[in-house]
Design a protein around this ligand. Structure first.
Ligand code: PEP
Length: 250
């Protein structure tokens, strides 16, 4: 039985004061969350502060990205060791904003994924199609290509210690959520693709849905057989909403 996971991607939002308020609000509500693994991914400069505040609770912390190199002259990047040093157990890898706005290719994303794994950080590996790709009928091909970049570099076994987040780009931050059927169809495709290589890895793999998930639609989405939780953007910025999504997984 796979554990449900709810991960919050805070993106480039917050201040010293507001992140303290947000993490303390989530911590206060954790007594009502008994089943879901809860992860928050603050902006890098606030990770240490959030990790400290989350200490003593079941909340785990993740980075929003991770460098493919382990250290050295890589201005602006954050290494796996730095993430671990500040309390992270997870890192988002290949978010569509990184791919679209900062030019991260499938190959670079796969290298970032590899850096996370070799250093003991669990990658939350994001994949998903644009609206144009969906309308052209290539959703599965796009997801397969993105996954294959990782499998080619690391092998299918690497996915056993990882989390995949299926995030249709057209649903991210738009309020246009995929229907539970649309999301389930792609999640089943992803699991089936991996099962063709290793049934055990596929069965244990947590596949999250991301894209305008909120307290109103979370239960039905997470209720689908191949949806093991959510990666939440906008709705993770309010403790009450984020906790309501965690509770939808109960
Ligand atoms: C995301 O950016 O990963 C995301 C799912 O955002 P939102 O929930 O705001 O659509």
């Amino acid at each position: 039985m796979r554990q449900v996971m709810v991960a919050g991607n805070w993106k480039m939002n917050g201040s010293s004061d507001s992140v303290k308020e947000l993490i303390s609000g989530i911590k206060d509500g954790m007594a009502s969350v008994t089943k879901a693994a809860v992860v928050v991914c603050p902006p890098a400069v606030y990770i240490a502060c959030v990790s400290g505040a989350a200490d003593g609770s079941a909340i785990k912390v993740g980075g929003q990205n991770i460098c493919d190199e382990d250290g050295g002259a890589f201005t602006g990047e954050i290494s796996a060791d730095m993430l671990k040093d500040t309390g992270c157990e997870y890192a988002i890898v290949g978010h569509s904003e990184r791919r679209a706005l900062y030019g991260e290719t499938d190959a670079l994303v796969a290298k970032r994924f590899a850096a996370a794994r070799r250093n003991g950080i669990i990658p939350i590996f994001c994949i998903g199609e644009t609206l144009e790709e969906r309308e052209s009928g290539v959703t599965n091909d796009v997801c397969a290509r993105q996954i294959d970049a990782v499998i080619d570099l690391e092998g299918v076994a690497a996915l056993a210690d990882s989390v995949i987040a299926y995030e249709p780009v057209w649903a991210i931050g738009t309020g246009k959520v995929a229907t539970p059927e649309q999301a389930q169809e792609v999640h089943a495709f992803i699991r089936g693709k991996i099962a063709a290589l290793d049934a055990g890895v596929a069965e244990g793999l947590q596949i999250l849905y991301g894209g305008s998930m909120n307290p109103g639609n979370a239960k039905e989405l997470i209720g689908q057989p191949d949806i093991d939780g959510g990666l939440i953007g906008g709705a993770s910025l309010k403790a009450e909403d984020f906790l309501a999504i965690c509770q939808a997984a109960e």
